[in-house]
Design a protein around this ligand. Structure first.
Ligand code: ADP
Ligand code: MG
Length: 256
């Protein structure tokens, strides 16, 4: 069964068409990277899959069911975290919050099983030594790994990440892509990124989105495909293809 099936999807914000006629299938154990210019609808596509934006027309199914019914099968790391870095909360507490369903109060008491699960996940993402550290004392990369652990608390079948390395240094970005490659042995991943490191590492499929889906296929790009990606304005480094920098792309790639 396909993990995600998107058929003829159109999404508008008022008069503005953010997504046009998107058809996309994500299969089990895929690791799909979505690239494209700012404003190309990448975040909107992820939100549509999560059921967070209204759909004008088309259909999205998650493991054969509606995204409303199967939302719990998706773990999400949003582009702009709602976790306030200055909030006095520890790493393990943030991860535990991933287990909260809507309606449970913040002062909910977590079960022993949930604590064990949170500790296992911190180990998996390499943060076990930082479990009791205050989140204000994390590096950008550590913070993102914590959010990944939080997204995994509900044991999702699909992990969705929106620019997980946007404010992370190059070395930590590589760390995160290695971690995602490792997680991908068990879980399907859909990720928006501008980072070429991702494409040259563990990603299995590449999609380029500029309102329409300009490309979906092999990340090992041929010269011909690279030429057809002009509308995508992304910098692409492909295995076996000489380093190509597509023109308009300058401001997006500021890995700080
Ligand atoms: P990307 O993630 O590729 O940068 P987005 O999906 O965030 O693009 O945005 C796609 C387009 O939709 C942009 O033109 C953006 O300004 C617009 N947009 C995004 N969210 C909203 C919103 N909540 N209301 C109105 N317009 C929006
Ligand atoms: Mg975005």
């Amino acid at each position: 069964m396909n993990i995600v099936e998107i058929k003829d999807l159109n999404v508008y914000y008022g008069q503005l068409q953010a997504l046009e006629k998107i058809n996309l299938i994500v299969r089990e154990k895929d690791f799909l990277a979505i690239m494209g210019p700012n404003g190309g609808g990448k975040s909107t596509l992820l939100k549509a899959v999560l059921g967070l934006v209204p759909i004008e027309s088309g259909k999205i199914s998650i493991l054969g069911g509606s995204n409303k019914k199967n939302r719990h099968l998706i773990g999400y790391v949003p582009q702009f975290s709602t976790v306030d870095k200055n909030f006095p909360i520890t790493v393990i507490e943030v991860v535990l919050l991933g287990a909260l369903n809507k309606g449970l109060s913040f002062f909910h008491k977590f079960s022993e099983d949930q604590r064990i699960k949170a500790e296992q996940l911190l180990k998996k993402v390499g943060l076990e030594k930082l479990a009791d550290r205050n989140i204000s004392q994390l590096s950008g990369g550590e913070f993102q790994k914590m959010l990944i652990a939080r997204a995994l608390m509900t044991e999702p079948k699909l992990l969705i990440l929106d620019e997980p390395t946007a404010s992370v240094d190059v070395k930590s970005s590589q760390d995160i892509y290695n971690l995602l490659g490792d997680l991908n042995k068990e879980i399907t991943i859909m990720m928006v990124t501008h980072n070429v490191v991702a494409i040259s590492s563990n990603v299995k499929e590449l999609a380029c989105l500029n309102v329409r889906l300009v490309y979906h296929g092999d990340p090992e790009l041929s010269e011909e495909v690279v030429n057809s990606l002009y509308g995508c304005q992304v910098e692409l480094v492909a295995h076996g293809v000489p380093h190509r920098v597509l023109k308009e792309h300058q401001e997006d790639n500021n890995v700080s």
